[in-house]
Design a binder for this molecule. Structure first.
Ligand SMILES: Cc1ncc(COP(=O)(O)OP(=O)(O)O)c(N)n1
Ligand SMILES: Cc1ncsc1CCOP(=O)(O)O
Length: 558
């Protein structure tokens, strides 16, 4: 179809042409858009929307600047243009993209793509059916398909599409009619499904991706098996910028650098790989000694009930506690100390606290400082469930989630209701292990579940710890203050987060056992004082390089 023909045709005539093309089993060579399939690099995918340009900017100059900044593929997505101006714009833009060897695709309008003679089209579920588009554009055109759920992903992966656009990842103002946000965990599920159907098929994510969340999207969406995202697609992050070249180069450099919270390659964190107990306990001692040596800062965003006890626990192990709910110092606190971590405990949270969690998590992510999230009472109210979802889906990355069984089951999505904030009970330990592993794999972090037997997992390695004492359940703040110890251990040992958590849990629970053996620990009150003494004492023992206190550990590796 020629440019003129496409411009002059009514919609029904166009449909008729498309329909005829659909009936054609293989396209005549003249319909092919280019002799060979252009190289597809989805790394940084610019999707346009002229309406979002800053005042005075032109789409052409913006696209050229963005390509100079590193954009690898462009999609012309202009919802309000009639056919003739759309084709004219397409031709102008194509003359730019061709200069840089960057493919240009047209959104929705296969006829416009054909008239422009560009490299292909991107089509959604309300647009032309894939086979029809392929028949019209020919085998060498690049054609991408949108998917917003598993059913669409399954259908799209059974076509010969060149790539899949998964979205929206987050809520976005750019596409008011977009489906429910998938968040990185939903993208991950879709990637898993695509892998099972077409293992080589590349995908990009789209929907409010920007410099703040790009690395979290990449990291959290990465499936255990199969291809990770082949790129990210953005509209406003580049189009609305007054400096599109820097916006693009900034995104590209974030894309190419490892996330600050990503653990080093496995060869550097060997200690926990073979579950060799003496080696592991050696490492536990080293971590506890290191807390005393480096006095890591633990920024507590925690509930009023437990602040005092948490500060005392942090001090007893050699850390440096700061309790701050101040928006204005969250960024400084994340950056100020060479070794620090942030505890986000949602014990008493409301809308203001939620905004603070978001800020603190982002600032600590940026600074490469670990974040521990304690979803206190997660299942108790709708608001708490929503806070959990929001922290995990929208606030960036949390390195560790720590909670009791009921809380972790809620995080897993079981939605059980809890009475107050005490532990809920579920099935047996094997079933709990499955849940804990599942959450850790989904979030790509470490999950610590406290109970008579604590279950720690990073999604592939799991360890059970059965130390501790029933008095722990009778002291307010005892569960929350474990978050402080986890933070201190993570701050001094980021290489193997599961190992840091194990060190914290062993220190905490062995201290509890030793506390009840002390003279005078008659009940919860005297126990809590003796417990602080024991935390301190074990730190001193570790500082001397001694590991005898670990003789009583009850750990099982799975
Ligand atoms: C790369 C990429 N992925 C998804 C979309 C969304 O396409 P669609 O569902 O057709 O919605 P509109 O863009 O037409 O509003 C996309 N455009 N690009
Ligand atoms: C086209 C599209 N498809 C899903 S979300 C979206 C819009 C993305 O725009 P932005 O990057 O500005 O959120």
């Amino acid at each position: 179809m020629s440019e003129q023909a496409a411009m002059m045709m009514s919609d029904s005539a166009k449909d008729a042409v498309m329909h005829m093309a659909a009936m054609t089993p293989s396209p005549p060579p003249s319909m092919s858009m280019s002799p060979a399939k252009p190289k597809l690099d989805l790394t940084l995918y610019l999707v346009t929307s002229s309406s979002l340009l800053p005042p005075g900017a032109t789409l052409e100059s913006h696209i050229e600047a963005a390509i100079k900044g590193g954009v690898t593929i462009v999609q012309l997505r202009e919802k309000n243009l009639d056919t003739a101006p759309f084709i004219a714009l397409g031709k102008r833009v194509h003359s730019i993209t061709k200069k840089y060897g960057v493919p240009l695709l047209i959104n929705d309008r296969v006829d416009v793509a054909l008239a422009v003679g560009c490299e292909g089209a991107h089509i959604g579920w309300d647009d032309m059916e894939y086979t029809t588009a392929r028949n019209i554009l020919g085998p060498t055109a690049i054609i991408g398909l949108s998917v917003s759920n598993l059913t669409q992903a399954s259908l799209a992966a059974s076509t010969t599409t060149d790539y899949i656009g998964i979205g929206p990842v987050f809520p976005t103002r750019t596409k008011p009619d977009a489906s429910t946000p998938l968040y990185p965990s939903g993208v991950r599920q879709i990637l898993g499904l695509i892998h099972s159907k077409r293992p080589e098929l590349p995908s990009v994510a789209i929907g409010s991706i920007n410099a703040t969340n790009l690395q979290a999207v990449l990291y959290k969406s990465r499936p255990t098996e199969g291809l990770p995202l082949a790129g990210v697609a953005v509209v406003s992050a580049i189009i609305s910028s007054t400096d599109p070249e820097s916006a693009a180069s900034g995104l590209l450099s974030l894309y190419k650098s490892p996330a600050p919270w990503a653990p080093p390659p496995p060869s550097q964190s060997t200690a926990f790989t073979h579950f060799y107990l003496p080696l592991i306990l050696d490492k536990v001692v080293t971590i506890i000694r290191s807390i005393k040596e480096h006095k890591p800062l633990v920024h507590h965003i925690t509930n009023a009930v437990v602040k005092n006890f948490s500060a005392n626990v942090t001090l007893a192990i050699g850390g440096s506690p700061i309790m701050s709910d101040n928006f204005e110092e969250a960024a400084d606190l994340a950056a100020i100390a060479p070794q620090s971590a942030c505890l986000v405990n949602m014990g008493t949270s409301g809308p203001a606290e939620r905004r603070l969690y978001a800020l603190a998590i982002r600032e600590n992510n940026k600074a490469g400082k670990p974040v521990v999230f304690d979803p206190v009472g997660a299942g108790a109210t709708g608001m708490r469930k929503e806070t959990v979802r929001w922290v995990l889906d929208e606030c960036g990355y949390v390195d560790v989630i720590k909670g009791n069984e009921g809380e972790i089951r809620t995080v897993a999505g079981e939605g059980i209701r809890m009475k107050g904030v005490d532990s809920g009970a579920g099935g047996g330990i094997d079933e709990l292990v499955k849940v804990v592993k599942g959450v850790a794999a989904r979030e790509r972090n470490v999950v610590v579940t406290t109970g008579v037997t604590d279950v720690l997992s990073d999604g592939s390695r799991t360890v059970l710890v059965s130390n501790g004492h029933p008095f722990q359940a009778l002291v307010t703040g005892m569960g929350c203050a474990l978050g402080s110890v986890l933070c201190a251990a993570l701050a001094v040992n980021k290489d193997d987060k599961l190992m840091s958590c194990l060190a914290a849990v062993l220190l905490y629970n062995v201290a509890a056992e030793r506390a009840v053996k002390r003279d005078g620990a008659r009940g919860p009150g005297s126990f809590s004082v003796a417990f602080l003494d024991e935390l301190y004492e074990i730190g001193e023992i570790c500082a001397r390089g001694e590991g005898g206190w670990l003789d009583s550990v009850k750990v099982e590796f799975m």
